[in-house]
Design a protein around this ligand. Sequence first.
Ligand SMILES: NC(=O)c1ccc[n+]([C@@H]2O[C@H](COP(=O)([O-])OP(=O)(O)OC[C@H]3O[C@@H](n4cnc5c(N)ncnc54)[C@H](OP(=O)(O)O)[C@@H]3O)[C@@H](O)[C@H]2O)c1
Length: 334
Amino acid sequence: MRLLASAISRGVASGCRATGRGAFALRPCGARLLGMDFHKASSTSHSIFQLHSTDSAFLPRPSRSHLHTVAMASKYTNKLQGKRVLVLGGTSGIGFCVAEAAVEYGAIVTVSSSRQASIDKAIKRITDAYPDSASRINGKTCDLGGDDLEEQIKGLYEFATNGGANKLDHVVNTAGDKFSLPKITEFTVEAANKLSQVRFMGTLFLAKYAATYMNSSADSSFTTTSGVNGAKPADGWAAIAGYITAQEGLIRGLAKDIKPIRANNVSPGAVHTELFNHFGNEEEVKAIVEMYAGKTLTGRIGKPEDLAETYIYIMKNPFVTGTIHQVDGGYLLV
Ligand SMILES: NC(=O)c1ccc[n+]([C@@H]2O[C@H](COP(=O)([O-])OP(=O)(O)OC[C@H]3O[C@@H](n4cnc5c(N)ncnc54)[C@H](OP(=O)(O)O)[C@@H]3O)[C@@H](O)[C@H]2O)c1
């Protein structure tokens, strides 16, 4: 940050004025040099614009090529600055890393899951790692597994947008509950409904209110999460493969139905997250991790940080919609 501030101060020194607190503030012309709309930049951009007087004192006038370099330096990296991002499932695993990455990119983030304790823990983890992010992160529970699904979703959107006043730019859903999978010969209607609720129905009803609570723009994105078992079902996973495929079809349809907001899906391979804690004791989990690693071309299973990159890319690229992003270390090819 200090390096960037110093670079900016060199590039726009003549466009700066001293503030009463011994720091410099940029005039709109300086912001335009950085490829940003000054008037749109939220208060979260403020930290970038606070340049200590000692950084910019006695600096030579910048050359034209230097100014160009400075302007280009923020063309890609500032895309999420001040954007409002909601992450369901943002308290653990993949969703946590999406929330963390969005905070690192300067976004204003709401994390959600079914339990207040996990929200509190996630916010603490993020603010411990990024102390200046405390005013940019909050959280609210939303249980996608209950009969009041729609009310829960509306309540979350109301919270994240301050009653609709501050619309969202990006919604990410990585929520996934623990499930039991009966053999196909033992399936019940109840088991089938339960299996579809959080991941499929949750996505459907989140999308129902996207137009109401999100900025209507191709800069906005709605991203969900499926899994490799849709394309390559494990033995006994027919029902899961069905719901995953349904969810991916849903996303292609939503890309049309909620346009210009973009709709995309990420399909992870095996990723070592807290989800693995449900698979047994430490030894058993280690064996599962090694087994999946042996089924990749990369020689290791995924980290949640690897997956976060894909969600961030989708948020940042206004030309990506209706897609399924396979992020699996080559699992489908093995
Ligand atoms: N990890 C993998 O290898 C892998 C592979 C393929 C697909 N996926 C899919 O990717 C998604 C994320 O996986 P992950 O590994 O990051 O899982 P994870 O670490 O277990 O995180 C799941 C998140 O969902 C939340 N959640 C659980 N039940 C919920 C409910 N009823 N309502 C709202 N939120 C709920 C959890 O928080 P609370 O418990 O506090 O509610 C948590 O924040 C899941 O859909 C998973 O099936 C994962």
